[in-house]
Design a binder for this molecule. Structure first.
Ligand SMILES: *Cc1c(COP(=O)(O)O)cnc(C)c1O
Length: 462
């Protein structure tokens, strides 16, 4: 198995080089040269596997022999040994038609831990095996940064710098990032929004001299290993549902950068019987507009109760577009330069029909998000975080009769108490979150100014 760039101008790479490259050197995103297929018979055999066993089955389809099996196995068990639930991602049944897959039992109480715990182990492994210097650089709307920092804090051979938008992450997210005092961690708090942070990162990774001089490595979901690690729980969740062997199941996914839902698209292309992939967004609804009209056009930025989805430029969208145009790099590149030039992409006709067959979408308004939290707390005694509530609202709007939907709980409600409080519902914080409020913070406030950010990076990476 080799990996290639969506834009077609990178020599095919192995798995580890793909992880190290992050953003493809030609500005595209790395994808597998062909998608491995999982037959119905194989799927049936996987039904009794533990999360870690299933992880190994799926990930080895992509790593081939590049990582010895015993090494990969050790990484898998170390990564998922840090979760508070033995199932890693337990499935909670709300009703016959709705199941919630709890992805928040990792160290930072959000789904990013599932991929980033593994990625931390993997980077550490690559650093030791190959003597690679690993300088991680990333932007976060809150959860990625916290999970990435937890994934690599204190690890030898690795330094991590995370940019977050100043004052635009939740209190708990801020504390999770800034209370870490390991010397290999730098938090830059940027006067700007998430798209600004992501823009600086994109420019720095796009500067190949800078990238190689400072050994920059990505943890954002532009990195294929994140997409891959996330496909595992689609399979896992599907296999937990009684009678799922004979039916297709919907997934409703609270979405921002299109990373999590792209993992679902990949799982479907691998052969998992997924009926609908529902894109749940908030008032930043570029993806909903794309699915409904065919126009992909970044709009104005709105702060909402689900800040981890306050994103206008969904960086993984390019991966989907590549498959939509039939894996034609020239066509994809033309679309991407059109986006650069005109600020939008429009697909129509058969392509738009394809999009609407692959996805359905709902942009959930702030008021509806809170109503959904209140409703499920009242009726089922189950407290949804505001991102998960968007997912549940999308299931309510888009699920058909007699269909079963798995909605992802992408965060624990304690991470977003600012929104929960507005419903009047009280919650007790889990002890590891409560403890953060007593700890000193470490962060550097910077302007949204590339030159200033570069100076900070040069001083930190050395
Ligand atoms: C990151 C995040 C999302 C969005 O996931 P994408 O992969 O960026 O689409 C949704 N909910 C929560 C809680 C998140 O942290």
């Amino acid at each position: 198995m080799k990996f290639i760039s969506t834009r077609g101008n990178v020599e095919p790479k192995g798995f580890i080089d793909t992880v190290l490259m992050g953003l493809a050197d030609d500005g595209g995103l790395m994808v597998p040269s062909e998608i491995p297929q999982v037959s119905a018979a194989t799927l049936a055999e996987w039904r009794t596997l533990s999360y870690q066993e299933l992880f190994l089955k799926i990930v080895t389809l992509y790593t081939n022999d590049e990582i010895p099996y015993e090494d990969l196995k050790q990484m898998a068990y170390t990564s998922y040994g840090n979760f508070r639930a033995p199932e890693v991602t337990p499935l909670h049944k709300v009703s016959d038609s709705l199941h919630v897959l709890e992805l928040f039992h990792g160290p930072t109480f959000a789904f990013k831990d599932v991929a980033l715990q593994f990625m931390g182990e993997l980077y550490s492994y690559i650093s030791k095996k190959r003597g690679e210097i690993i300088h991680i650089l990333g932007a976060t709307s809150g959860d990625t940064g916290a999970a990435a920092i937890q994934g690599v804090r204190g690890k030898e051979g690795i330094k991590i710098c995370i940019l977050h938008p100043h004052g635009k992450v939740s209190k708990v997210q801020e504390l999770q990032m800034t209370t870490v005092d390991d010397s290999n961690v730098l938090n830059l708090s940027v006067e700007g929004n998430f798209d600004d942070c992501q823009q600086v990162i994109k420019e720095l990774f796009g500067d190949l001299d800078f990238k190689s001089r400072y050994h920059l490595r990505a943890i954002n979901s532009i990195n294929f290993v994140r997409i891959l690690a996330q496909t595992v729980y689609y399979f896992y969740a599907y296999l937990q549902i009684d009678g799922s062997a004979d039916k297709q199941i919907n997934f409703s996914v609270p979405s921002g950068n299109f990373g999590n839902i792209f993992s679902g698209y990949l799982a479907k292309r691998m052969g998992l019987p997924i009926r609908k992939l529902m894109i749940a967004t908030n008032e930043n609804n570029i993806l909903e507009r794309f699915v409904n009209t065919g126009e992909y056009k970044p709009g104005g930025f709105t702060s909402t109760y689900s800040p981890s989805m306050d994103i206008q430029v969904a960086s993984n969208f390019e991966r989907y577009l590549y498959y939509l145009v039939g894996e034609d790099s020239a066509k994809l590149s033309a679309y991407m330069s059109g986006l650069q030039r005109e600020g939008s992409i429009t697909v129509s006709g058969a392509d738009l029909q394809r999009v609407q067959a692959d996805f359905s979408a709902l942009g959930v308004k702030n008021a509806q998000c809170l109503e959904t939290i209140t409703k499920y707390s009242g009726e089922s005694g189950y407290l949804l975080d505001p991102h998960t509530a968007c997912g549940v609202a999308a299931y309510e709007a888009l699920g058909g009769p007699d269909e079963t939907t798995i909605t992802f709980a992408t965060a624990h409600p304690a991470k977003f108490n600012e929104a929960i409080q507005l419903t009047g519902i009280g919650q007790e914080f889990p002890a590891p979150i409560q403890a953060l409020f007593e700890m000193p913070q470490h962060q550097t406030l910077v302007d949204y100014d590339k030159a200033e950010i570069v100076r900070q990076l040069q001083a930190f990476y050395g």
